[in-house]
Design a protein around this ligand. Structure first.
Ligand SMILES: Nc1ncnc2c1ncn2[C@@H]1O[C@H](COP(=O)(O)OP(=O)(O)O)[C@@H](O)[C@H]1O
Ligand SMILES: [Mg+2]
Length: 282
């Protein structure tokens, strides 16, 4: 565990990742600000709308190493820094990746699910690192200074089943620029599905239209993330019907999907008809 080089690599860029122009421009400005001092950015948006990919892409495009930390699972302050261990009857302090990463110039540090630590105190030591002094003292490690040009991205999932931004401590939130991401507009999502999976644009558009019907269903909205519409498109790319791809990707009854298809006037196709209840040995 003493060699972190593998964990601090520059990520590979993802092809066909789309962001609104103003978000891209803002990331460019963040880069300029980061030359003067470390910067914190909070990225909010629903599950699977591209938050983690954006952070990784920022590192990739700027040739910076990235380190990702799950804040949602932390239960005590200092837990990211290291821990006391026992070897041959002696205790010693094992340093973790986090202190290494924040002391690496230009490192992109991704703090996932910052609004959901198991214990809110777990963020206490993080607070000094994210606030103006950018340093933290630990008995075990001494004074740790955040290196030049480090950029902190904190992401949090928003939506019914997640806690909102207001749950993030106001003082902590005050130290972040905020970027709000949303699902892609239909024509861009269609293009992404086409480019990433190779299905034709008409099929891609059908998947996007169905996804949006489900997302916007007023009685019972169903979360279809971009990750999931891509999974569905991949199924279609290997021969599935659109209907089966939805049924086999989401927790969705045939009735719901059939009524959506009907409302969109999508032909159900001969192969789809009445196949659902036919059993065969496998
Ligand atoms: N704006 C986008 N452009 C292209 N692909 C996207 C976009 N948003 C999400 N995706 C795809 O969906 C997947 C999930 O995105 P991710 O960044 O993990 O979402 P989040 O972190 O918001 O949950 C990614 O692997 C990516 O391929
Ligand atoms: Mg994520």
């Amino acid at each position: 565990m003493s060699n972190f080089e593998d964990s601090l690599a520059v990520p590979k860029p993802e092809e066909n990742f789309f962001l609104p122009q103003h978000v891209i421009e803002n990331l460019e400005r963040i880069k300029i600000l980061a030359k003067r001092h470390p910067v914190n950015i909070l990225v909010t948006g629903k599950q699977g709308c591209g938050k983690s990919t954006m952070v990784r892409q920022f590192a990739a495009r700027n040739n910076r190493p990235i380190a990702v930390f799950q804040i949602g699972i932390l239960s005590e302050p200092g837990q990211l820094f290291g821990e006391h261990r026992l070897k041959d009857g002696e205790t010693y302090y094992q340093k973790f990746l986090f202190p290494q990463a924040i002391q690496t110039p230009g490192c992109v540090i991704h703090l996932e699910e910052i609004n959901r630590p198991e214990n809110p105190k777990a963020l206490n030591m993080m607070f000094s690192v994210l606030s103006e002094d950018r340093k933290v003292w630990m008995d075990e490690l001494g004074l740790i200074n955040v290196a030049d040009e480090v950029v902190f991205f904190a992401t949090l999932n928003e939506g019914e089943e997640f806690v909102g931004t207001e749950m993030l401590d106001a003082a902590l939130r005050d130290r972040f620029y905020v970027t709000m991401l949303d699902y892609l507009p239909p024509e861009v999502e269609t293009n992404v599905l086409h480019l990433k999976t190779g299905i034709d644009e008409a099929d891609a558009l059908t998947i996007v239209n169905i996804s949006n019907k489900l997302r916007n269903n007023t009685q019972e909205p169903i979360v279809v993330s971009t990750r999931h519409s891509l999974m569905i498109a991949e199924m279609v790319a290997v021969g599935s019907s659109t209907k089966d791809a939805f049924i086999n990707s989401l927790q969705l009854s045939r009735d719901i999907i059939e009524s959506v298809l009907l409302s969109l006037h999508v032909e159900l196709g001969m192969t789809d008809k009445g196949r659902g209840n036919h059993y065969q040995t496998y």
